[in-house]
Design a protein around this ligand. Structure first.
Ligand code: ATP
Ligand code: MG
Length: 660
């Protein structure tokens, strides 16, 4: 492919190179296909009349008043199901009880300390959510008020979210690993008047305090009137005048609360993006469209059978995956889910598989970062557990390397479970691109096709579709029900970030390619694309090539300025537990990449590092590695899990320095 105008400043002039070739295919299991919730016809039906398709999906919900207009689209502002009224909490809880399913388990909760578990039926949930809603009302929370939630993974977290939804308050869940200043910024940005938290939660075998962080944040937030505190660990906590114990206030409330209908377009929540690319954005989601798409996709993509399946999404509820696929989608569908409080290596590295075995989990949804960690720990660990209950496996958060996909399929899925690689983001609210487990013959590493009702495309700089076999930008051409409505309090940033690249087309910020069969592959963030000798090369493809080497567990690559090639590829790799770090490992890996992808993709430099910088949601932060590779001082590190990692990495590069 000949570049038009080579040079580092012109990355957008050329589409992305398509280097990785993948021949493996996995057909859907016959039994699953025969009974699948969604079949191939649905694509055609949705293509024929997209709005009618979404209306049918919305009819899965219970509306107090049906909508009169399905979509009002004043680009880039969308409204869905206008005139419709519903109560999201009623849809997630009460209606199942009214349908006679009050004794069905909504959540099996598994605490990190051994033996610490709790079950909540839909009936229990109805009572608990009603009590919490009454408590919030007593604290003066009214419809439209914002409530910040900073909690461990305990049942009171979804209960608090549903209590907000029930009374029309807007929750803003802040991941429990964030610092006081990050929490304070988010409380301020949303102007929250109540904070719900806990004394702490269990992490890695010990109580980990949350309340001191809240105290520090709230000390600088005079608009916060009350802090509602769940006692989880029993740690000693300092009391402030704003504190109210959950067990004092919530426990004495009536367990009856009459849910009022809210407008389909009333705000449901604000959620800040995970901060991989920089300053997080407060993404605003509303009610009717969001619940429609989360419920439909949860049913379709996981082939959920609520009467039989036990479903587990391992994400933290503090991220969008937890909002949509632990709380709203599964509950709207009346599913039985597992929630786990702790980490995968406590008290031992088989904890996840022990949980799958204990609850006979049939659908598992996790992230590539976790899968790569399990690969690194070794096949023998999952092999010790009975994982035969599993039937569908999902992945989300980053591109899944083909090697990780195949490992997941084989060692977790026993070679019988389809893997659904689901692409979406905080902004999209729900899954957008994914295989359907009963329809799609999956390719390792590919997200395959836009779901029915979604108009996603791969385009060039001008917004024109690239041909099969071409690479470019992911783009979404038509509004979808769960789309963000704006960035909280900043319509201009909403327009600039997502709608300014092409007229009327949504730009998610990710690179993608469409292969010769027309299937989609996600290639990482556009900001991370490397321009080497006039070729735009995605980080994902080079990383996947490195991970396909038996000695490599994880890899992150970045483009660093190079006098000859414009940019050159610098790779940071973590070796597998059993790999020897010989003298020639760099040469071996460079040759391996050149063989897999062609000489153009050969890294200039390969560094073996002990860790990679990751966000608190577990994603690799390449922008920091770019700073290291180019000897710059580090950019914003506030969303990094562990900033000492950067020092460890810098030590591998004698000339690099870090000011963190
Ligand atoms: P920020 O926007 O603050 O940088 P973030 O993009 O990491 O943070 P999220 O909304 O949690 O925050 O993540 C969405 C992004 O994750 C997508 O835009 C994409 O880059 C990546 N992603 C998610 N799922 C997949 C997937 N299945 N394949 C490839 N990439 C994925
Ligand atoms: Mg993002």
């Amino acid at each position: 492919m000949a570049p038009e105008t080579p040079g580092p400043g012109n990355q957008t002039q050329e589409t992305l190179s398509n280097l990785l070739q993948e021949k493996r295919r996995f057909a859907p299991p016959a039994e699953l296909a025969a009974a699948a919730n969604v079949t191939a016809e649905t694509y055609a039906e949705a293509a024929e009349d997209r709005l009618a398709f979404w209306e049918r999906a919305a009819d899965r919900l219970t509306w107090a008043q049906r909508w009169d207009t399905t979509l009002e689209w004043n680009p880039p502002f969308a409204k869905w199901f206008i005139g419709g009224k519903l109560n999201v909490a009623y849809n997630c809880v009460d209606r199942h009880v009214e349908a006679g399913r009050g004794d069905v388990i909504a959540y099996h909760w598994e605490g990190e300390p051994d033996g610490d578990s709790r079950t909540l039926t839909y009936g229990d949930l109805q009572r608990e959510v009603s009590k919490a809603a009454n408590a919030l009302i007593e604290l003066g929370v009214a419809k439209g008020d914002r409530v910040a939630i900073y909690m461990p993974m305990i049942p009171e977290l979804p209960i608090a979210m549903l209590a907000c939804a029930r009374i029309g308050a807007v929750h803003s869940v802040v991941f429990g690993g964030f610092s006081a200043s990050a929490l304070q910024n988010r409380i301020d940005d949303a102007d929250a008047k109540i904070v719900i938290t806990a004394d702490g939660g269990y992490r890695r075998g010990a109580p980990s305090a949350l309340k001191p962080t809240v105290d520090e944040a709230v000390a600088a937030c005079p608009q916060v009137e009350h802090v509602l505190v769940v006692r989880r660990t029993g740690q000693e906590v300092a009391q402030t005048a704003k504190d109210v114990w959950w067990h004092d206030l919530v426990e004495r409330q009536s367990d009856q609360h009459d849910p009022q209908p809210h407008d389909a377009e009333d705000p449901l929540f604000i959620l800040y993006t995970s901060g991989t690319t920089g300053n997080p954005k407060g993404i605003l989601h509303t009610s009717g469209g969001y619940l429609t798409q989360t419920a439909w996709t949860h049913d379709a993509v996981f082939d959920l059978k609520p009467e039989q399946d036990i479903y587990w999404c391992t994400a933290d509820i503090g991220w969008v995956t937890g909002h949509s696929y632990i709380v709203y989608g599964p509950l709207a569908n009346g599913a039985t889910s597992v929630i786990y409080e702790g980490t995968p290596d406590t008290p031992h590295r088989g904890r996840f598989w022990e949980i799958v075995q204990k609850y006979k989990i049939s659908i598992l949804y996790t992230a590539p970062t976790a899968i790569r960690t399990f690969m690194k720990w070794g096949d023998d660990i999952p092999a010790k557990f009975d994982l035969t209950s599993l039937r569908v496996l999902g992945s989300v958060g980053e591109p899944i390397n083909p090697e990780a996909y195949v490992w997941y399929r084989e060692h977790i899925g026993g070679d019988r479970c389809p893997v659904v690689d689901t692409w979406w983001q905080t902004e999209t609210g729900a899954i957008m691109i994914s295989p359907l487990p009963g329809v799609t013959a999956g390719k390792p590493g590919a997200a395959m096709r836009p779901l029915p009702g979604i108009d996603a495309d791969v385009v060039d700089d001008q917004g024109n579709s690239v041909p099969d076999g071409g690479g470019g930008f992911l783009a979404i051409r038509e509004p979808w029900p769960a789309m963000l409505r704006t960035i909280w309090g900043d319509d201009q940033r909403y327009i600039d970030t997502y709608w300014s690249r092409w007229e009327g087309i949504y730009f998610p910020g990710d690179g993608a390619k469409r292969d010769e069969d027309g299937d989609l592959w996600l290639l990482g963030r556009v900001d991370d694309v490397m321009l080497v000798s006039g070729h735009n090369i995605s980080t994902t493809e080079v990383e996947s090539a490195l991970v396909s080497h038996p000695k490599v567990a994880e890899a992150a690559v970045v483009g660093a300025t190079d006098p000859v090639t414009g940019q050159a590829i610098v790779a940071f790799t973590i070796l597998r537990g059993n790999a020897e770090e010989g003298d020639d490992i760099a040469a071996e890996l460079r040759a391996h990449v050149a063989k897999a992808l062609g000489p153009i993709a050969k890294p200039r430099q390969i560094l073996v590092v002990p860790e990679l910088p990751k966000t608190r949601s577990g994603k690799i932060m390449r922008r920091l590695l770019r700073d290291v590779a180019e000897n710059r001082s580090l950019g914003d590190v506030t969303t990094l899990t562990d900033s000492s990692v950067m020092n460890l990495i810098s030590e591998q590069l004698p000339s690099a320095k870090s000011d963190d």
